[in-house]
Design a protein around this ligand. Structure first.
Ligand SMILES: C[S@@+](CC[C@H](N)C(=O)[O-])C[C@H]1O[C@@H](n2cnc3c(N)ncnc32)[C@H](O)[C@@H]1O
Length: 269
């Protein structure tokens, strides 16, 4: 079974909440354009529900939203959020999307920042793809992970890039298999019988101190593993960490976050 390698520790829970708000800034346009009242929607890997509630706001309690999230902690959190919201048409499925077989059909399949966590992204979700109605839309947003920290505007992140971001992300080979899925989305969706209607790359900044802290949180969580697997040596790590801390506290220097590949594709067969 594919594992969500980042788990559901307090740190990752917190990081996911902040990241979700950051991603929401670039998801708005696509969600505004392709979601409206009356649609039946399925979301895979909802996490803490940042995009879920944006979608729910578009449906306005007409139609339905089914959120699939395997990590118990996130699914429970989502369930509580739903209970205290005005929405009556959201159902949470604490299920593994790679094994679940839907016995219902729907109009939209929304997936944000999940596919790169799956060893075989498209084959793993093929039962959901089959249950999407012909004419329905698959909306995917995936981070272009290899391009994080490659922007010349930020010297510290450039240093991160020089240290070979991919080498760091590959630690334990856990992410490596689907690291470049965002770059291959068009190829995949066409192979699965979809016609691409929109494809673009969006990017936002980490602005607030809290937002920028997701970079140091990530380093904190992976310190031991990065060192043990020799992705960085101790002095490289310490240096990077100090630089990152400075960047986080520096009010006037926003940081470009990972660019997102967004694709909207219509099922034609
Ligand atoms: C990076 S998070 C993205 C969360 C959310 N989509 C967002 O954009 O804020 C990836 C999420 O996918 C979930 N996930 C990964 N593999 C899964 C699987 N096989 N079944 C269900 N959920 C999965 C993880 O638990 C995690 O919450």
């Amino acid at each position: 079974m594919d594992e969500y390698y980042l788990g559901s520790s307090e740190g990752e829970f917190n990081r996911l909440k902040i990241q979700s708000n950051v991603f929401n800034r670039t998801s708005t346009t696509i969600i505004d354009q392709f979601f409206y009242p009356g649609l039946d929607v399925v979301e895979l890997g909802s996490g803490v529900g940042g995009a879920s509630f944006m979608i729910a706001q578009k449906l306005l309690n007409e139609g339905s939203l089914r959120c699939f999230e395997r990590e118990e902690r996130y699914a429970e959190y989502l369930q509580n959020q739903v209970k205290s919201s005005i929405f009556t048409n959201i159902d949470i499925y604490p299920e593994d999307i790679t094994t679940y077989k839907p016995n219902f059909s729907f109009d939209r399949l929304y997936i944000r920042a999940v596919l790169h966590h799956l060893k075989a992204p498209f084959p793993s979700i093929s039962s959901f793809i089959s249950s999407l109605k012909v004419g329905g839309l698959m909306v995917i947003e995936e981070p272009l992970i290899r391009y994080t920290g490659q922007l010349p505007t930020n010297s510290i992140l450039m240093k991160w890039g020089e240290l070979n971001f991919q080498r760091i992300m590959d630690v334990g080979g856990k992410l490596a298999v689907s690291l470049d899925i965002a770059e291959k989305l068009k190829e995949y969706v066409e192979k699965y019988g979809f016609k691409v209607i929109v494809q673009h790359i969006s990017q936002t900044n980490l602005k607030l101190k809290e937002e920028k802290s997701i970079l140091t949180q990530w380093l904190d969580m992976h310190r031991d593993e990065l060192l043990r697997k020799k992705a960085v040596n101790q002095s490289e790590f310490d240096d990077l960490y100090i630089q990152m801390k400075k960047l986080v506290s520096c009010k006037d220097e926003p940081v470009f976050y990972v660019p997102m590949m967004q694709i909207v594709a219509q099922k034609v067969v």
